[in-house]
Design a protein around this ligand. Structure first.
Ligand code: UDP
Ligand code: MG
Length: 139
């Protein structure tokens, strides 16, 4: 099923100049980039984006990290894009991420793990609308 998902190249990866290499991996996997923008999240925006984790012990640190520098957000489109991109990213913990995944290659820690990807089609719809208007998604 043709589907869309939200990708974020997180501050640790942008700070190391890895956006080009990560986007190349995304495109090589067959996912199409349907929208893209670079921005720096405010504390309120990062807090709202990760609202689901508000009660978790790592929430405050996560919001600080996600606001520490610019991020590159994109909408990816393809067959089963949500699961396909989760597979390409690898596990949240880079130590557990499979060989050939973005996180295995580029993540520095469980927190600074280079990329975000939506975890379900409903989440993807909400996360895409968080960053992009209809007219910013092309093709
Ligand atoms: N995170 C963290 N500590 C943890 C678990 C998660 O700092 O123990 C951060 C990490 O950046 C992760 C994000 O919170 O990517 C969201 O966590 P989630 O469990 O949703 O992982 P993901 O969906 O990104 O793989
Ligand atoms: Mg998640």
């Amino acid at each position: 099923m043709l589907q869309r998902t939200l990708s974020i190249i997180k501050p640790d990866a942008v700070a190391r100049g890895l956006q080009g290499e990560i986007l190349a991996m995304i495109q090589a996997s067959g996912l199409r980039i349907a929208a893209m923008k670079m921005l720096r999240l405010t504390e309120a925006q990062a807090g709202a984006f990760y609202e689901v984790h508000r009660e978790r012990p790592f929430y405050g640190d996560l919001v600080r990290y996600m606001t520490s520098g610019p991020v590159v957000c994109s909408v990816l489109e393809g067959e089963d894009a949500v699961a396909a991109y989760r597979a390409l990213m690898g596990s949240t913990d880079p130590a557990k991420a499979a060989e050939g995944t973005i996180r295995r290659k580029y993540a520095q820690s469980v927190q600074a793990n280079a990329v975000h990807g939506s975890d379900a089609p409903e989440t993807a719809a909400r996360e895409i609308a968080f960053f992009f208007s209809q007219t910013e998604i092309v093709g």
